[in-house]
Design a protein around this ligand. Structure first.
Ligand code: ATP
Length: 330
């Protein structure tokens, strides 16, 4: 197993070493390939990522990624979007589940759902023209793109409650009719119980009744917005992991960005990055990945927590505490 490790910029350089500590605690055979990508690399060399880096990534099975600060160059092409496209990472998976004893803005803790977002097309197609009086972006929905994300969501639903919510805006965006039809058909073919929701109603409903949902499938931009919003249900951006999955490769990244405001202070919460390690281990089929949930519950109970959760622990102190629990209880 070859794992590319990209710390990136800002707090990525703090949370990824803490997450790697937890990964190492499992004692698995990994060949780790460190790669420097992002803003700091661009400042140093004029390139955030080269074609050689992409080739190196393609030689790896999976990627553990921190965060990248957007490069202030009008010609800059997003490193993340490029990697998602080049590795065909079509499914973006964001589990939204509260951690023990921590509640978000709603005070609720009785929910556990997963947002499955189409990751390669929609409004992030990259097909756009920018002018001084007119700018446009093409929103691309294909049958193939919709089918594979719908299949992925149904597979996940089968392992959980056999329930799927399809989120769209087909009353206004006619392109969403194809997405909706394909998702309905795929759910019916897989005998999954399904419903559909307009994205605006869904935003409200997720905040009011998050416990109603299990697997939610949607298009690229809607999924991006809804899943960041749902971080507020969980309590901190520092707690939400994500995975970008394709047929050949997988890429794991915390939902938060590089947070320049707290970078270098050793106070970033590493739990989102550590939960990315759990998702990586699950993707590999490692049955002991669940111990990370236990380890996190244990450090939360002992109040080994970073300032965003009201504690005083440093990023690495949290990482070390989780890793120690894993080593002792594997
Ligand atoms: P970027 O430009 O890379 O997206 P950003 O600061 O705009 O960075 P985020 O990194 O997502 O966006 O952070 C938003 C805010 O949330 C930050 O200002 C930070 O205070 C807080 N935050 C994000 N991640 C964490 C974390 N892991 N631990 C603690 N606080 C965090």
């Amino acid at each position: 197993m070859k794992l590319a490790v990209i710390e990136g910029d800002g707090i990525g350089r703090e949370v990824i070493p803490a997450a790697v500590k937890v990964l190492d605690a499992f004692g698995l055979e990994f060949e780790k390939v460190p790669l420097e990508l992002g803003y700091a690399r661009w400042e140093r060399t004029g390139t955030a990522m080269s074609s050689g880096d992409l080739e190196t990534l393609k030689e790896c099975n999976a990627v553990l990624f921190g965060a990248i600060t957007t490069v202030p160059d009008p010609n800059y092409k997003s490193v993340l979007l490029t990697i998602r496209k080049e590795l065909d990472l079509y499914a973006n998976i964001r589990p939204v589940k509260p951690l023990p004893g921590i509640t978000g803005i709603t005070g609720k803790s009785d929910f556990d759902f997963i947002i499955v977002r189409e990751n390669t097309e929609g409004l992030y197609s990259g097909i756009e023209e920018i002018g001084s009086d007119l700018s446009w972006t093409k929103r691309v929905i294909t049958r193939k793109g919709s089918e594979r994300i719908a299949e992925y969501a149904c597979k996940l639903a089968k392992k959980r409650k056999n329930k799927l919510t399809i989120v769209h805006k087909s009353n206004v965006l006619k392109s969403d009719k194809l997405f909706l039809d394909v998702c309905r058909q795929t759910a019916a073919d897989n005998r999954i119980e399904y419903e559909d929701m307009l994205v605006d109603s869904m935003a409200y409903s997720l905040m009011m009744y998050p416990e109603r949902y299990d697997v939610v499938v949607t298009t690229n931009l809607f999924g991006d917005i809804l899943s960041d919003m749902c971080a507020a249900l969980v309590g901190s951006l520092g707690l939400v992991p994500s995975a970008n999955i394709g047929d050949k490769y997988a890429f794991f990244e915390p939902v938060h960005g590089s947070a320049p405001d707290i970078a270098g202070k050793d106070i970033a919460n590493p739990l989102a990055a550590i939960l990315c390690v759990k998702m990586l281990l699950e993707w590999m089929g490692e049955p002991r990945s669940q111990i990370i949930d236990e380890a996190i519950a244990n450090v939360l109970q002992k109040k080994i927590i970073t300032p965003d959760l009201g504690g005083k622990a440093s990023t690495m102190e949290v990482g070390n505490a989780v890793a120690e629990y894993v080593v002792k209880n594997l």
